[in-house]
Design a protein around this ligand. Structure first.
Ligand SMILES: [Fe+2]
Length: 325
């Protein structure tokens, strides 16, 4: 058991002096969840870990003996902060560069993934208005953008893939064959988008549109679900070949079968949320926890207005967002 006492201690463990094994770091990450001891990742590159405990350190495991102990009191971070830091640590351990970016007009998330060794990168669902931002970040991080991939043919914004190809030499666009859209590479169920030592597995998840894909990182720790599965919601099924029954099957067969700890990153969120997990959505999604029959009724009674930009966005997205290219 971890010790407890009113004194907060910060234990800085210098990776250079005593490197922690992956097993030890995993134990620490697990211990951080709700335990009286938690850690702060002070520097991902140096892997210096900081621990706080309400107690002395006599009971701490031998490999946690501190190189330096300060009695400085620090504010306790929230549990979500701890989770986010744990997650950052895990991606750093994998050698994965990962960024989630937001476009506020259509509430679209764009994701950048890269191998920190080979510097090969992929962008998921870039938005036309944010191409400059995305290209700048790719350049700043010294990455080589191989692909700009869309999870589906969007109706609410124009994709940035066409423009990215112009401003980032060597970048190629990707979309599913079933979307009917043009791209340099069209993919199907089971295809891989490879970048360095990683790849994204393409899972066909139709229902919102015919060509919807979910991209799953090779170790199944991350899933980019597009509009098939949103946080506590899902994409609408009343236009663009939408089918509530197909969407229900797609989510249950292709996403809910992933490990419960798999983190779900959707194409949009309208309530300020950034991520979920397969476990959370299996238990808490107000639509997809229902039976298929109930789900179909819910989806047919949403009465949503027509998307503002659908008449311009869809034709543009059928050609990588750039008409005439
Ligand atoms: Fe969509």
């Amino acid at each position: 058991m971890w010790p407890t006492d009113p004194t907060a201690l910060e234990l800085n463990i210098n990776q250079k002096e005593r490197p922690l094994s992956w097993k030890q770091q995993t134990f620490l990450a697990d211990s951080a969840m709700g335990a009286p001891v938690y850690r702060r990742v002070k520097s991902l590159l140096a892997c210096n870990l900081a621990f706080r405990t309400a107690g002395n350190h006599n009971g701490i495991k031998p490999w946690l003996k501190p190189a330096f102990i300060s009695k400085q009191r620090l504010p306790l971070p929230s549990q979500s902060t701890v989770l986010a830091r744990s997650y950052c640590q895990h991606t750093a351990q994998k050698g994965l560069v990962f960024r989630q970016m937001f476009e506020p007009i259509s509430s679209t998330y764009t994701y950048l993934l890269a191998d920190c060794e080979t510097r090969e990168a992929v962008l998921i669902d870039p938005v036309l208005e944010e191409v400059e931002r995305d290209a700048k970040l790719v350049k700043e991080l010294g990455l080589r953008l191989l692909y700009a991939a869309n999870t589906h043919c969007h109706a609410d914004h124009i994709t940035g893939t066409g423009l990215l190809k112009k401003v980032v030499p060597g970048c190629r666009s990707i979309i599913s064959k079933d979307s009917g859209a043009k791209a340099d590479i069209t993919i199907q169920e089971g295809d891989r988008i490879e970048f360095g030592r990683f790849h994204l597995e393409a899972r066909a998840t139709p229902g919102h549109t015919d060509g919807c894909m979910t991209f799953v990182l090779n170790d199944h720790s991350l899933a980019f679900t597009g509009d098939a599965l949103l946080i506590r919601g899902c994409g609408r099924t009343d236009f663009q070949q939408g089918s509530a029954t197909r969407l229900y099957k797609s989510v249950h067969e292709k996403i809910f079968t992933l490990p419960e700890w798999c983190i779900v990153y959707p194409a949009h969120d309208y309530k300020g949320m950034t991520m979920s997990t397969v476990d959370e959505e299996r238990r808490l999604n107000p639509r997809l926890t229902k039976s298929m029959e109930e789900f179909v009724i819910i989806m047919s009674n949403l009465n949503l207005p027509k998307p503002t930009h659908i008449d311009t966005a869809v034709p543009a997205n059928l050609v990588c967002g750039i008409q005439g290219d």
